[in-house]
Design a binder for this molecule. Structure first.
Ligand SMILES: Nc1ncnc2c1ncn2[C@@H]1O[C@H](COP(=O)(O)OP(=O)(O)OP(=O)(O)O)[C@@H](O)[C@H]1O
Ligand SMILES: [Mg+2]
Length: 314
C-alpha cells in the first residue's frame, strides 16, 4: 500500500497556545482513517494544515504521489467542521461554482455537479435555494462540493457531529459508500463513528498522538480481561474493599498476583486481572471467605471504549 499522505513532526502554535505538538502519521491509499480526539485535541488545526489553509509552525506534509508542480488542493476534497454556504444559491449553482473554483470548465462542472448531487440524494432539491435545506441536506451538499473535482483524498472535519440521529445515519451511510472509491480522512470525537467507518485510527490528545494503528490490530492487542464487581455498601463490604484495594498494590499479596489494577467507584469495583480463570476463582474464594455481599460479578474483556477513555484521559 503506497502512502498518499505523510505527516512528519507537524506542529502549530497560536501565540502561547501549542495546538499541535509534533505529530507523525501516514494515510495509505485506499484506507479510511479517523483522527479521533476530545474537544480541543487539535483535530481542526491538523486538518486545516493538511488542506493548505493554515501554515505549520514546523514539520512537513507530503503527498508523495503528486507531481512536483501540482497544487495539493487539486487532489483534496475538504468538508470543514462548520461549512458555510450562500443561502440564496441553489444546491446545483453552489456545487457548479465549487467545481469551477477547482479548475473544471463550465460544462465539466455542471455535469459533475449533477452527478454528485444525485449521488448524495439531492437530485430533487438541486434547484431549491440552500437557505431552505435541513442540516443533513447541507452536510450532503458539502460532500458533493468536496467531491465535484474528483479528488484522490476526501478530508472531513467532524462530518456528523452537528446532525440529528437521522441526518447522522444518512451521512454515515454515504461515507460508507464513498470510502470504497476514495481515500478518506475524517475527524471525530465519537469513538463509535470511528469504529463504524475506519480502517485505521489516529488518537490525538492535547496536540499529541496518544495511540495509532490499524483498528483491528489495536482492538485485538488491547483486549484485556476485566472483572467488575457490584457490591452492597454495608460496613463489612466497605472494609473488605479498602483492604483489598491496598493489597492489589502490594507485591507479595495474593490479590496482587491476580489483579493488576483496581478502581473503586460508588458501589462498584473494576479489576484489570492478569488471567481470567485464576482471578475469577481467587475472587469468588476471597469474597466468600470475607462474607462480602456481592450484587453482581461480571467477567469480560475491555472494549475499545475503555482503551479510548484511557488514552484520552491519562
Ligand atoms: N486561531 C486560533 N487561535 C488561538 N488558538 C487556537 C486557534 N485555533 C485553535 N486554537 C486552540 O488550539 C487548540 C486545538 O484546537 P482545535 O480546534 O484544533 O481542536 P479540535 O480537536 O478540532 O476541537 P473540537 O473537537 O472542539 O473541534 C485549542 O486549545 C484551541 O483553543
Ligand atoms: Mg475541531
Amino acid at each position: 500500500m503506497s502512502a498518499l499522505l505523510e505527516v512528519t513532526g507537524l506542529s502549530r502554535s497560536f501565540g502561547e497556545v501549542q495546538a499541535v505538538k509534533g505529530i507523525d502519521f501516514t494515510v495509505a491509499e485506499g484506507r479510511c482513517v479517523a483522527l479521533l480526539g476530545p474537544n480541543g485535541a487539535g483535530k481542526t488545526t491538523t486538518i486545516r494544515m493538511l488542506t493548505g489553509l493554515l501554515k505549520p509552525t514546523s514539520g512537513s506534509i507530503e503527498y508523495p504521489g503528486r507531481a512536483e508542480s501540482a497544487d495539493i488542493r487539486a487532489g483534496i476534497g475538504y468538508l470543514p467542521q462548520s461549512p458555510a454556504f450562500y443561502p440564496w444559491m441553489t444546491g446545483f449553482e453552489f456545487v457548479t461554482y465549487a467545481g469551477k473554483l477547482c479548475g473544471l470548465s463550465g460544462a465539466e462542472s455542471r455535469r459533475s455537479a449533477g452527478e454528485w448531487l444525485e449521488r448524495v440524494g439531492l437530485k430533487d432539491a438541486a434547484k431549491r435555494r440552500i437557505g431552505g435545506y435541513s442540516g443533513g441536506m447541507k452536510q450532503r451538499l458539502g460532500l458533493a462540493q468536496a467531491l465535484v473535482h474528483g479528488p484522490k483524498l476526501l478530508i472531513m472535519d467532524e462530518p456528523v457531529s452537528a446532525l440529528d440521529p437521522l441526518g447522522r445515519r444518512e451521512v454515515l451511510e454515504l461515507i460508507t459508500q464513498l470510502k470504497r472509491e476514495t481515500t478518506v480522512l475524517f475527524s471525530t470525537h465519537v469513538l463509535h463513528d470511528a469504529e463504524e467507518l475506519c480502517d485505521d485510527i489516529v488518537i490525538i490528545r492535547d496536540g499529541r498522538i496518544a495511540l495509532q494503528g490499524e483498528l483491528e490490530t489495536i482492538r485485538n492487542e488491547h483486549r484485556l480481561p476485566v472483572i467488575e464487581l457490584l457490591l452492597e455498601p454495608d460496613e463489612v463490604t466497605i472494609k473488605w474493599a479498602k483492604t483489598f484495594i491496598a493489597s492489589v498494590d502490594a507485591a507479595g499479596e495474593e490479590a496482587h498476583r491476580y489483579v493488576s489494577r483496581a478502581e473503586w467507584r460508588g458501589n462498584s469495583m473494576t479489576l484489570d486481572v492478569r488471567e481470567m480463570e485464576g482471578a475469577r476463582e481467587y475472587l469468588l474464594r476471597t469474597l466468600a471467605d470475607h462474607k462480602v455481599k456481592i450484587v453482581r460479578l461480571n467477567a469480560g474483556y475491555s472494549t475499545l471504549e475503555d482503551l479510548f477513555m484511557k488514552a484520552v484521559s491519562s
